[in-house]
Ligand binder design. Structure first.
Ligand SMILES: Cc1cc2nc3c(=O)[nH]c(=O)nc-3n(C[C@H](O)[C@H](O)[C@H](O)COP(=O)(O)O)c2cc1C
Ligand SMILES: CCCCCCC(=O)C(=O)O
Length: 365
């Protein structure tokens, strides 16, 4: 039986302790950005073509040298063990089973080597820029040795933003779950709750280097030969600068509504970024992806792939690796059907003529 996405969500909410559910579901500030991306994607309408041979549709694609079953990746999310005891190891199994890429957070709760051993699909490692660069360098060395294929540098979080639910809950990572790839010394501040304050927000102010600028990317590119992908770019200006500084890919993202409040949603920024990079590197849309049709809309707007956040955690909380694979397969199957009904038998068949906005009509090509 194929389960609907909201069934996974409801099961996760029922299973998880309240403060953990709030950490997963919550946003920053007024939480205005939690719904903005979804509303933007819902406004985009598909323009199908007919009388095209869709007897065989192939959702497969290549992303930075990796073959994927569909243009779909799991976004980096901290502490998967909050959802399931096997944590990222189960997520890696589930993503591999579905043919999707998994991005492992710097704050993963399982060792990079164990995640890699369980994975049958490609892995990327996400990094925040820490004050202690030697810690980043060690992590990168381990990721390289374990076969990770790219680094994702998150650039929308010089600190973890004020998140009212986590502050009200005095949220701290519970005992028994740890960012095991970082030393206890680096992680000390993220445990131990205080009322009215999120321990993660406090920790980020202590450990993240909020002074980095474009010039610092040279250091990262020196310490690794892995491709570097920036996550959290929302403007054409920054996209151009990123390309100029040698990045290999961009993730258009507002961090799932967890960082800057009152911003434009990621889907609304996508064509601006795509136009700015002019095909010089892949562009990935992250946030608010909840249906296979969203993959089609993102591809029409020029994305090469999309990233899925919370729904992967719902699947993990529901049934471990099977739940992660179930959620990913659900979206891939929906996408394959949209391909057939759109008259787009391959990923390359999606373009700007495939979508319209009800108010403006057809987007300029
Ligand atoms: C519980 C949780 C933890 C997250 N941890 C990270 C992280 O460690 N690094 C990061 O770059 N983004 C992190 N994110 C943001 C996601 O990578 C992604 O941008 C966001 O979840 C996408 O939105 P969606 O959940 O609507 O799909 C986290 C998001 C959630 C919900
Ligand atoms: C100091 C730990 C920070 C973990 C942040 C995870 C994250 O990005 C999120 O959105 O939550």
């Amino acid at each position: 039986m194929v389960m609907a996405l909201h069934t996974y969500e409801a099961a996760a909410e029922e299973r998880l302790p309240g403060p953990v559910w709030d950490f997963f579901a919550g946003g920053s500030g007024t939480e205005s950005m939690l719904t903005a991306g979804r509303e933007a994607l819902d406004r985009v309408q598909l323009r199908p073509r007919c009388m095209v041979d869709v007897s065989r549709c192939d959702p497969g694609t290549d992303l930075l040298g990796a073959r994927l079953a569909a243009p779909l990746a799991v976004a980096p999310m901290a502490y998967h063990q909050l959802a399931h005891p096997e944590g990222e190891v189960a997520s890696a199994r589930g993503a591999g089973e579905a043919g999707a890429l998994l991005t492992v957070s710097m704050f993963a709760s399982r060792a990079l080597e164990d995640i890699a051993a369980a994975a049958s699909g490609p892995l990327w490692l996400q990094l925040y820029w820490l004050r202690r660069r030697e810690v980043m360098r060690d992590l990168i060395r381990r990721a390289e040795a374990a076969g990770f294929r790219a680094l994702v540098l998150t650039v929308d979080a010089p600190r973890v933003a004020y998140r009212p639910r986590d502050a009200a809950n005095g949220f701290a990572v519970p005992p028994g779950v740890r960012a095991v790839n970082l030393s206890t010394e680096v992680m000390a501040a993220s445990h131990g709750s205080r009322s009215g304050e999120s321990a993660l927000a406090r920790h980020s102010r202590e450990q993240f280097d909020a002074s980095i600028t474009w010039e610092d990317l040279a250091w990262l590119r020196e310490v690794t030969s892995l491709p570097v992908v920036l996550k959290g770019v929302l403007t054409g200006e920054d996209a151009e600068l990123a390309v100029k500084h040698g990045v290999s890919g961009l993730i258009v993202s507002n961090h799932g509504g967890r960082q800057l409040d009152f911003a434009r949603s990621a889907p609304e920024c996508l064509t601006e970024v795509v136009d700015a990079v002019g095909g010089s590197c892949p562009v990935i849309l992250d946030g608010a992806i909840r249906h296979g049709a969203d993959l089609a809309k993102a591809l029409c707007m020029g994305a090469d792939a999309v990233m899925l956040g919370r729904p992967a955690l719902w699947g993990l909380a529901h049934s471990g690796d099977a739940g992660v694979a179930g959620v990913l397969r659900l979206l891939i199957d929906q996408f394959e059907e949209v391909m057939a009904l759109m008259g787009a038998p391959t990923v390359a068949d999606f373009g700007r003529s495939g979508i319209a906005y009800p108010v403006c009509g057809r987007l300029p090509s």
